[in-house]
Design a protein around this ligand. Sequence first.
Ligand code: MF3
Ligand code: CO
Length: 249
Amino acid sequence: MIIIKSPREIELMKKAGRIVALCFEELEKSIRPGLSTLDVANICEKIIRENGAYPTFLNYSGYPGAVCVSVNDELVHGIPSAKRILHDGDIVSVDVGATLNGYVGDACRTYPVGICTEKALRLIKVTEESFWEGMKYAKPGNHLGDISHAIQMYCESNGYSLPREYTGHGVGTHLHEDPYIPNYGASGTGPVLKEGMCLAVEPMVNEGHFTLRVMKDGWTAKTRDGKLSCHYENSIVITKDGYEILTKV
Ligand code: MF3
Ligand code: CO
């Protein structure tokens, strides 16, 4: 069942989303070679807690980190570690959840570390652009599959692939609510979008083949072929005539 949020709840979603966006403002200034992935997570956790929120992912289904920090061929759910140091030329995805007054904001950005190859920068750019391609269809009356399809077409036409195991999702008082939102699919399928639906839309994009494997830590998902992967996410709300980003400052 897809939960429609009231205007009061949407205000609360925006307050949680703002804290997530504050983390990205800080990360943009601080990501650099030499930081560990734990340093990156600590920067976020500090901002989340200083703003009276809780890091949503911590202990979620037993996840051990405050946020997810995934490097290069790691697609999602990288566990922050003091031993994992960021190097010049890496790309790093930071997936942040903040729960404030019971409502969740969820978003992700991928950053270049130092000087990156054109190839890596293009993957980051196309992944973000595919989110905005999806947003062209985020309005009442359209189908959820229209968003999924737009993301898939844009990424595939740029030579990339979309992993099947992870999807976007509804978001609200829970991190994961109905509906699930694949990054591939057919237009005109799936639920019809309605005002007040809150959705976390999150293109996860591989440079090579879409197949993944999960590491022994039980969380970190990597590309099977060792090529790069990238992630971009915002929580949004469907409005009367379109959508609004919830995870913004
Ligand atoms: N943005 C991811 C998601 O929506 C983050 C979840 S990490 C977890 O699934 F540890 F909380 F699972
Ligand atoms: Co999410």
